[in-house]
Design a protein around this ligand. Structure first.
Ligand code: GLN
Length: 305
């Protein structure tokens, strides 16, 4: 496996040149576009890494999977999905258009920004701090990594430039799809996006989901089989935004990307995979990360379809 991962890294290095590191959150632009890392966590708890697998990056939208799980643990599936839909949009991750033109009164799905802002608002707690602490401790548990924390600099950078997310949130507050204090919800959202991880952290999250909600390294159940099934399904249909269809055809693995350059992938009953490459394609997904997953999927026959 290690040899395979090494060659996956080498074969796909060149693709980074075809994309761009995110810069709309200014501090993200400091990432080295040549970094490329991969980690595989198998369901017997073994871990294999190659490339820049220990380089840290912020979770960004991968955190939407975590806030969805925490919101479901707090409120139950039915209540969460009465406030956010399950349908892919075919639009960009930060699109606002459907909030006004489609008469749903709730954002389409929890993987786009609008939907994730609503799921974060559903997490129980008396302050933003309490809510983010809950997200952090759940993240530490499902990564088996107690040192996981927020990257304060990225958080501040995102907060300073997050007007598009502010617009989404205030619009939703105006049409009653978002309740509570908008600035508090945004603080939780910006902070969850700024959680620092490396490839093995996200690979373990993928492995937990692949193992139907049970941590492979300890046997502890953290979410029900049913919730794990729902989360993986939404990752297939919405996890790569408006590239989810093409990704399903070429790779066929439930996955969630973030503009930090990470992709968390979960191959049911087999393994979790974490890839990192901060150079992004036009849809905001790691360009070399997708290519690496494509090669691995082909080599190990990982497509679920
Ligand atoms: N924090 C980012 C944002 O809200 C997350 C987007 C992403 O990773 N696609 O814009």
């Amino acid at each position: 496996m290690r040899g395979l991962l090494e060659s996956v890294i080498e074969n796909n290095r060149g693709f980074a040149m075809d994309g761009k590191v995110a810069s709309y959150i200014p501090l993200l632009s400091k990432a080295d576009p040549n970094h490329l890392g991969i980690c595989v966590t198998t369901l017997d708890g073994k871990e294999y890494t190659a490339g820049d697998s220990s380089v840290k990056f912020t979770m960004q939208s991968i955190s939407k999977v975590i806030s969805l799980m925490v919101a479901i643990l707090d409120n139950g599936t039915k209540n969460v999905f009465s406030r956010v839909g399950m349908e892919p949009t075919g639009d960009g991750f930060n699109s606002i258009v459907n909030l006004e033109t489609k008469n749903y009164n709730k954002p389409f799905n929890p993987m786009i920004n609008a939907g994730a802002i609503v799921t974060s608002s559903l997490i129980e707690g008396s302050s933003a701090e309490e809510k983010i602490d809950k997200i952090l401790s759940f993240t530490r548990k499902i990564t088996g990594n107690d040192s996981i924390n927020i990257n304060e600099e990225i958080y501040l950078s995102e907060k300073e430039t997050g007007d598009r997310n502010r617009a989404l949130a205030y619009f939703m507050k105006g049409n009653k799809s978002l309740r509570g204090d908008v600035e508090e919800v945004l603080e939780v959202y910006f902070k969850q996006c700024s959680i620092d991880v490396c490839c093995s952290d996200i690979s373990r999250i993928g492995a937990m989901l692949a193992n139907d909600g049970v941590l492979p390294w300890s046997g502890e159940r953290v979410i029900s089989r049913e919730v794990s099934r729902i989360v993986k399904t939404i990752m297939v249909t919405c996890g790569m935004y408006d590239e989810s269809g093409e990704f399903a055809v070429h790779i066929g693995i439930p996955s969630k990307s973030g503009v930090g350059g990470g992709i968390m992938a979960s191959v049911p009953k087999r393994m979790g995979i974490g890839v990192y490459g901060p150079s992004l394609d036009e849809k905001g997904n790691s360009i070399a990360g997708i290519k690496m997953l494509q090669e691995l999927s082909r080599e190990l026959d990982l497509s679920i379809f």
